[in-house]
Design a protein around this ligand. Structure first.
Ligand SMILES: [Zn+2]
Length: 256
């Protein structure tokens, strides 16, 4: 993590300790999924307020999700995805890591035109929205300037709503959301890996994430076999195995 915000990073991390020590306990007993399924407000987390695409970033919650959003995906595939998901709009956001990755691949003369990856992300989202025939709905702020999530939801329902208010009501912490429902397994696993890399890297909690305080992949399974809990847990476990004990996997079945 960057030196200048170390105390803010620590404070954010510790503010989630109570929730996570309970989660780790339940996980060790094989009861975390059951616990989450029995939360009284769990249904609220599966009622989206809008169908605008946003990044997987925990600081851009609500709606539908894809890294960037969609800036790392082949354009034709991205447009198809916006159509099949009946997306109603597209947001870009401040400090987007995926836009940063895409910007690094833009040729230098064009990079000068965009100046920075935020402008590039905004420009890209506007163009993509236009091509898909949906509105570009704005550039979201991202506060604080580091990632605060200790968990990523691998969502087989496509409707998991990580709005701050809803998570608070249910007693869940901030989380990345990977919309597995709308991506093939390869793309979704790639996004899940990006989330864990961010959280365990310089823009997230870095070395605070360790075997004794692991990052959590929380899988949302469905009753149908294409997105069953068992299948998606296997996918998430394959990604977790790349993080040397620093990522644990658990899951529950969506109440829908
Ligand atoms: Zn982003």
């Amino acid at each position: 993590m960057e030196d200048h915000n170390i105390s803010a990073v620590l404070e954010q991390f510790r503010s989630q300790d109570r929730i996570f020590s309970n989660f780790y306990d339940l996980h060790a007993k094989g009861k975390l999924g059951e616990f989450i399924e029995s939360l009284p407000d769990i249904k609220l987390l599966f009622q989206l307020n809008d169908r605008h695409f946003r990044c997987i970033d925990e600081r851009t919650p609500g709606g539908l999700h894809a890294a960037g959003p969609l800036i790392l995906m082949d354009e034709a595939k991205a447009i198809r995805l916006l159509r099949t998901t009946r997306a109603e709009g597209l947001y870009s956001h401040d400090g987007c890591g995926a836009a940063g990755l895409a910007f690094a691949n833009v040729e230098e003369s064009k990079r000068n035109f965009y100046v920075n990856s935020d402008n590039y992300g905004m420009f890209y989202a506007k163009e993509l929205a236009k091509k898909a025939g949906i509105p570009y709905v704005g550039h979201l702020p991202a506060h604080p300037h580091f990632h605060v999530a200790r968990m990523a939801v691998y969502d087989g329902s496509g409707n998991f709503d990580n709005s701050e208010r809803k998570l608070k009501i249910a007693g869940l912490p901030p989380c990345f959301v990977i919309s597995r429902r709308w991506h093939d397994a390869a793309d979704a696993k790639n996004e899940l890996g990006i989330a864990a890399k961010i959280a365990t890297g310089d823009h997230g909690y870095g070395s605070l994430i360790k075997e004794k305080a692991p990052f959590l992949f929380l899988v949302v399974g469905m009753k149908n076999k294409d997105f069953s809990l068992h299948k998606l847990m296997d996918e998430a476990s394959a990604v977790a195995s790349e993080f040397a004990g620093k990522v644990i996997v658990d899951g529950f079945v969506a109440p829908v």
